[in-house]
Design a protein around this ligand. Sequence first.
Ligand code: MG
Length: 443
Amino acid sequence: MTTGAYRLLLPLALVAAGCRSAGEREDTERPPNLVVLFADDMGWADLGCQGAEGFATPRLDRMAAEGMRFTSFYVGGPVCTPSRAALLTGCYPKRVGLAHRVLFPYSDTGLHPDEATIAEVLRDAGYATACIGKWHLGHHAEFLPRRQGFDRWFGVPYSNDMDRHVYAKRDFTAPPLALYDDDEVIEESPDQALLTRRYTEEAVRFIAENASRPFFLYLPHTMPHKPLHASADFRGKSELGLYGDVIEELDWSVGAILDALEEHGIDDRTLVLFTSDNGPWRAESSGPLRGRKNTTWEGGMRVPCVVRWPGMVPAGAVCDEVVTALDLLPTAAALAGVAPPEVDGHDVRPLLLGEPNAASPTEAFFYYKDDKLEAVRSGRWKLRTGSSQLYDLEADLGETTDVATAHPDVVARLAALAETARADLGDATTGQPGANVRPVGRR
Ligand code: MG
């Protein structure tokens, strides 16, 4: 056979063997897809592989076995709105004016349209973008996902307990919870038992429609925020009861997304990250961590985090370095090959890709509750700024023992770091406004 004949036959042989065709090989420079699966109020210990009892998370456990678990992963705030603002902008919620409590159906504010979100950064890099699920960064038209870089939106504007909620002190009754399909309200007070399933179906459809180009899928679930709901397929199935049923349905959803990626042959070009917006309301879900949602104890802001990207993120790895939700934007920008806007987070590709001796680029992580700085972590140490209690998180994960008197030098170092945050971001405790905070979006 001549060389020419080999040239003709080789591509056919590759196709027959299931390899990528020549046409597909041209786009090896194509940046990876990014899928962010974001539970609402799921605790650090709500993964089977992190000690969950009374329910099972086989797909998340398998995802962890095939990828990496980050065990010191922090969100930017201990409740919904601040946490989402931080994840999408790469900045502390305090910087973008959304640190205080959450947005309500009577709020006139939202994430400022001028803030750059991951969706905008990736859309500018050629990605298709979708937000499927709960938004909670402003429910007025000018703040909704399609104004913040998402081509597609399917979901609800805020929390599921706000559906027709009566705010007696304000003499305000919330309208029925709206279910949006892009810019249109398609239902009012949708059956919440079907939300996890419907979000998943929309997400799988988005993956199918965009399998041949880079995409960013952000899937912020409504569950397990209260009131809890699971579909008939899951209700009554777990040993624990409804809470366990809800988590098992979320686990099913993770599996459906991963299966869709595999089915479309884009498994190894897709980075999937699963995490939660803040700690749990259910005490047991914090496991060994102290505290829960709406606190700056570890249980409030350290959440489960599993990342999978076959061939790129090492399988079965566990990383205990400090990584935060603020790191997502700069890391995603780097993977997409574009320069990120100036943010508080860091590019954590060396940790993600398992480079030997990679260390956290976060010198200090600041725990804000509302507009108040309550704690700072640097390395293994965590200082509570009000009481000056010091905890050694490596030796004392549950924050049981104040070791401040034994380590005055550490207390001084972390107190100085806290001062830098106060000057930069502000602190309502000390009355400092912060030199570099930006305005919230207002109607
Ligand atoms: Mg939440």
